[in-house]
Write a protein that binds this ligand. Structure first.
Ligand SMILES: Nc1ncnc2c1ncn2[C@@H]1O[C@H](COP(=O)(O)OP(=O)(O)OP(=O)(O)O)[C@@H](O)[C@H]1O
Ligand SMILES: [Mg+2]
Length: 362
């Protein structure tokens, strides 16, 4: 639900992710303990393992540690292990000499080398295959590595931070992860709690994110109401802070608490099933279906934005990052009213959308 079509459309030109130095810990005991440990560990030249579910902030924490470490003037080099296919990953990590393999037309340093004097962040470490696990273990034990196809030993001079959302103990038990590598990378472990396990931080995070996004999007969204805080407090947050962050970005951009409610509806909704129309010849033309889906989405998003901006179409066009003329055209195309409809006491968005132009306010 964090990535509803609505949010996607609105945030298309606004990356939500906050700059790396922004890590908000919150007053919960668990996060305060993490904070203390982070400050103690940042300066030590030992590997750090960051654990936590997806969206709990493993990467931002790694960057935060880097910024506060003696290696902060060096680079922060991230290796997203699962994103790089097996054999490529080895050359990405270690680099290669010219002619090391077909296609190696010139020597290339690996990310270990690029991280010299800085931090090497190995993300999703549990995804490393057995052979790379063995090679990494060797580097961490020995402090040296060699480029593929090379004889020269190079010193590994970077702080290593690893992260995973897997339970490594289980991976070791099933034989998916080497116990000896685990002991190497696990000198200091920082475990980030799931948001649902530190609900007391939610109001603080909401306030923190509201301020951040107000600044970023040049908005002035006020504090959220107690009712909304209550709703947010009760949610399970499977996407953790990433999900809350998206939610707050929508709120700030829309400038309306509608953002939270639409979000809740999205959560309750079944997955979108679109009853597409078959062509007379029985074909299913993908292009036409895509157009139909886009129109339907546009209708909903434009309606929400118009409602949130009290039918101020110039403002809505600005939020949607389209020209005023384009908005007028799309409003017509979507069959939406050109002006704010007369409010019925319990009018739903569908009622409002369907209302006939003759009953419009000036
Ligand atoms: N403590 C925090 N303070 C501020 N923002 C945070 C915090 N934790 C996470 N975030 C935000 O939540 C988003 C997800 O964070 P991050 O990418 O670090 O999570 P992750 O644990 O690495 O997730 P994944 O396992 O899916 O890669 C980011 O946009 C980040 O800015
Ligand atoms: Mg991550």
């Amino acid at each position: 639900m964090a990535s509803t079509a609505e949010a996607k459309a609105l945030l298309q030109n606004h990356p939500v992710e906050l700059p790396p130095e922004h890590v908000y810990f919150g007053p919960s005991e668990t996060m305060q303990a993490v904070r203390q440990k982070v400050y103690r560990a940042a300066g030590l030249n030992v590997p750090i393992l960051v654990l936590g579910e997806s969206g709990t902030g493993k990467e931002v924490l790694a960057r935060f540690i880097h910024e506060r470490s003696p290696w902060h003037e060096g680079p922060f080099v991230k290796v997203n292990c699962p994103a790089i296919p097996g054999t490529l990953l080895e050359s990405e990590l270690f680099g290669f000499q010219k002619g090391a393999f077909t296609g190696a037309n010139a020597a290339k340093p690996g990310r270990m080398e690029m991280a010299q004097g800085g931090t090497l962040f190995l993300d999703e470490i549990a995804e490393l295959d057995a052979s790379l696990q063995a090679k990494l273990l060797h580097v961490l034990q020995d402090g040296h590595f060699t480029r593929i196809g090379d004889h020269e030993e190079r010193r590994m001079d970077a702080r290593v931070i690893c992260a995973t959302n897997r339970v490594l103990a289980k991976e070791i038990e099933s034989g998916g992860f080497r116990a000896d590598l685990f002991y190497r990378i696990n000198v200091i472990t920082l475990t980030l709690p799931a948001l649902r396990d530190r609900r007391e931080d939610i109001p603080y995070l909401v306030e923190y994110l509201r301020e951040q996004f107000n600044r970023r999007f040049k908005r002035e969204a006020g504090p959220v109401s107690k009712d909304v805080l209550q709703i947010l407090h009760q949610r399970d947050w499977p996407g953790n802070i990433r999900e809350l962050e998206n939610c707050m970005a929508r709120y700030v951009i829309l400038g309306s608490e509608e953002a939270f409610h639409s979000d809740r509806h999205q959560q309750e909704k079944k997955p979108l099933s679109f009853a597409f129309e078959l062509n007379e010849d029985g074909n299913i033309p993908l292009k036409r279906i895509a157009q139909q889906v886009t129109r339907r989405m546009e209708h909903d998003v434009i309606l929400k934005v118009l409602q949130a901006n009290h039918w101020n179409r110039r403002k809505a066009a600005e939020v949607l990052k389209i020209s005023y003329r384009a908005l007028l055209y799309k409003v017509r195309q979507a069959g939406l009213p050109a002006k704010r409809p007369l409010r019925k006491p319990d009018a739903s968005p569908a009622d409002l959308a369907g209302i006939d132009e003759s009953s419009l306010l000036d």
